[in-house]
Design a protein around this ligand. Sequence first.
Ligand code: CDP
Length: 808
Amino acid sequence: MKDEISRDDRVANLKGMGCSRKRVEDARFTQGKGNYVDDIKLDGMLFGDFVRSPYAHARVTNIDTSAALKVPGVLAVLTAADLAPLGLHWMPTLAGDKQMVLADGKVLFQGQEVAFVVAVDRYAAADGIDAVVVDYEELPVIVDPFESQQSDVVLREDLVALDGSIPPGAHGPRKHHNHIFTWSAGDKDPTLEVIANAEVVAEASMYYHRTHPCPLETCGCVASMDKVNGKLTLWGTFQAPHAIRTVVSLISGIEEHNIRVISPDIGGGFGNKVGAYSGYVCSVVASIVTGKPVKWIEDRMDNLMTTAFARDYHMTGKIAATPEGRITGLWCHVTADHGAFDACADPSKFPAGFMNICTGSYDIPTAFLEVDGVYTNKAPGGVSYRCSFRVTEAVYFIERMIEVLAIKLNMDAAELRRINFIRKEQFPYKAALGWEYDSGDYHTAWDKALATVDYAGLRAEQAQRVADFKAGKTRKIMGIGLSFFTEIVGAGPVKNCDILGLGMFDSCEIRIHPTGSAIARLGTISQGQGHATTFAQILASEIGLPADSITIEEGDTDTAPYGLGTYGSRSTPVAGAATAMAGRKIRAKAQMIAAWLLEVHDNDVEFDVDRFVVKGSPERFKTMKEIAFAAYNQAIPGLEPGLEAVSYYDPPNMTYPFGAYVCVMDIDVDTGVTEIRRFYALDDCGTRINPMIIEGQVHGGLTEALAVALGQEIAYDKMGNVKTGTLMDFFLPTAWEVPNYETDFTVTPSPHHPIGAKGVGESPHVGGVPCFSNAVQDAFRPFGNIHTNMPHDHWRIWQMANKLGLHG
Ligand code: CDP
């Protein structure tokens, strides 16, 4: 048969990998047809909301619900006393700790859930909340993790034995009643020895402040218990719906097949929607108690004040080097403020996440990291806000240490990076703190970045600016922010990574329909990343059907195969690999069908774009569409009818995307106002599935990086009051603050991923935060700055200038 269409056109028709296919989701989203949790409205649905503690630390001596129960529309008020007989007044956290669902005797952070009011609508619930009378007895508040480790005040009385001794926690012995764990990686004594004997040692202490993912849609759920059939349906903003189903089953005793968890459209997650919240438990209990569906949706203050903070790492480092700048050792200690309960979302074996990637992109022979987790009177959480687990802290740490070392050596920071990069031929590279980096070509990326921005020209301009400033010709100084990052994404090999014992593989199930279209279901869930667009592209290239003919479905545990969800840029490295592998199973069966149809041996046909062709006879072929029809409708000897496949993929390693960023910034020393003149971002995420989506991911990640570096913060006063609990105070950048980003790339495929892809969603955040911060710090370097903590808002920058004597 003669083919009418050229091969190039056939490739283009598929819209497979490498194509900037437009997002298929957007037709819905841009026309108001999205279906978010708050869009779910069920017959007779009730609304639940919390009485929250105004105090950061207090004993709860009495809760009087009688007046609230008389408020019109209020049906029930749940307290810990109601949940206790069910064993639900405390819940397990993702980090092996336990957390109060509702205040049980005392409260440990401002905004903590005290009682759950169930009413006919949100307004009646609010009136009911006002009518609940809670008696508190204030206790001393600790918001400083260093003070906490010295204090006689016991925050977690439940974790101290009756004889006053301190039992071990989920991660080993505890040094003090407010201490959670000590976790270390690397070689302590050799590292200390290298540092003691080094010719050059640079030291710095830095605080990576507490912030919050702040997705546009807050957390929420709708629980609906069908008592007749014994089925519980739970819609929610879940980044890991299957894990939620398993946890709900384990906690409630409802068998897992009787629980259906659905994540509908999700308006951003960034880690905020990984954990389990009291709202989920209370909604389920309230639905069981009332026999009606119950909705709980956080308002913005609830979201900022009480759910899933990020960072709050106090990091101290020492970096040793030769006088020529060759790094010989790195030591890092972290005091990690985990708030009132250890609810960090990290793989079980990694209580400080992947902080042990803190040797960064550099060939550092000896290193040691130690992390102490500590309780304080702050909200629990500790999520990977647009980074793989704690990688943004690690990258910030090493990228600041490099700058501090460059100052000590009086060396150019770009050159210092270059001479210490892991070289291309060293991959796979075993880092001193344990990870095996899969692939990288850092020198090529760095040289490309520096050449593109004309780095030498920028430094010359900066030197002139310093001279002009000193001569009184300008009040604006100039900073050149550099960062080179290595991410670690795609958790992960099940042997290393589990959460609550659930192995972190992922999955894809494909069903090809007889007419040559398909549906693929995955264990992940998009929160705006465009999975419906990109995963169809992977399949289009793997199975030769157009991406436009492939529906991608995620987020319904009754239909999707089991998976661990979407966070830490794991979707492409893990579920993307499962998708390719399932596609290959389809192709293997299609090959047999094609061979039978073409009356040749299986080995005599080969795959070509959208068909199988007889080797050496390109005119003899069967398209995948024809093969799909035959799979169902022709009795093929020895083959079952149908064309379906499922793959559960346990990756052999993580993937290690990397990138080179440069930020050029002007700073007015009299106002502290920053102006980003240029931001160049080169990302290498291996094989690129959809360049347009990658660019969107980079823009979003950089914008969240700008936010964190330049102002976004969850700040507490000494009483434990949250000072930034509204969007009036919490910095959420808009188009006004965001510069024009220049994006670029190199391609270094992952050698172990079936299509060579690495994750990308988190990279720009991880690399962006140190880049923005380094730009600010670099502007003040000629005036004596060594390190100043983020966030660099205008007021703090003004203070920086003032401290350095720049106000005359
Ligand atoms: O897990 P999450 O979806 O947040 O992050 P990701 O795996 O980095 O993917 C973010 C988006 O970028 C998805 O739509 C991916 O398919 C896409 N992507 C891509 O087109 N090429 C890559 N090499 C990596 C991600």
